[in-house]
Design a protein around this ligand. Structure first.
Ligand SMILES: [Zn+2]
Length: 212
């Protein structure tokens, strides 16, 4: 059992090294280390994989023991997740995650766009556009999002709130949309923006009407 676990972890680490080498050509992550865990709170059930990065030097990759290794689908999901977390690591060297809701949107949106930059064609369920109604509700927070320092991260980035009309993963979906708009208007890639402030990203005409 331990041997199988070790073999599995070294496969993941090998993949992580490959992604870091590719990412390091674009963003400052050459010295980032990886930890392989199996934290249930970090793993996204739909894909059996999750990750976290709370500092510039360390990325945690969480993989459920129930997922089958060595499949092309898991390879892509792992590469995407590692790239996403590496963008966070690079951003921790400069502007970090910030304290406001708007900064968190940009932090996650840039990470997802960077993950797509490195693994084109991989689309995660949390980056899909919300329904028209949900987008309208969430876009109403835009004018003061950068000043909203007290917000519920669980509501915005994981479970949502039926009461508030905020769907699951709304923060990721909105962040992906707003950052995507900034990137297409500025002509930059997510790798160019690892140190760009959230205020600069959100100053673009990101109101709901402009995004239609
Ligand atoms: Zn993230």
């Amino acid at each position: 059992m331990r041997r199988a676990l070790n073999a599995r972890n070294s496969l993941i680490l090998q993949l992580a090294d490959e992604v870091r080498a590719k990412a390091a050509a674009l963003i400052p992550v050459h010295d980032v280390s990886f930890a392989i865990n199996e934290s249930h709170s970090a793993i996204i059930p739909e894909i059996g994989v999750g990750g976290s990065c709370y500092a510039s030097g360390l990325v945690s990759i969480d993989v459920s023991q129930t997922v089958e290794m060595s499949t092309p689908a898991l390879d892509q999901v792992l590469r995407y997740t590692i790239a996403h977390e590496l963008h966070h690591a690079a951003r921790w060297r400069s502007v970090g995650c910030g304290r406001s809701l708007g900064e968190a949107w940009v932090f996650e949106g840039l990470a997802d766009h960077f993950a797509q930059q490195l693994t084109p064609g991989v689309v995660m369920p949390w980056t899909r556009q919300m329904t028209y109604f949900s987008r309208r509700v969430c876009h109403a927070y835009l004018p003061f999002a950068l000043r909203l320092n007290r917000y519920d991260r669980h509501i915005w980035f994981s479970r949502g709130s039926i009461l508030k009309g905020i769907p699951r993963w709304a923060g990721y979906s909105l962040g992906f949309e707003l950052v995507g708009r900034h990137l297409s208007l500025s002509g930059n890639a997510a790798s160019d923006c690892h140190a760009t402030s959230a205020a600069d990203v959100l100053q673009r005409p990101n109101n709901f009407a402009a995004a239609e």
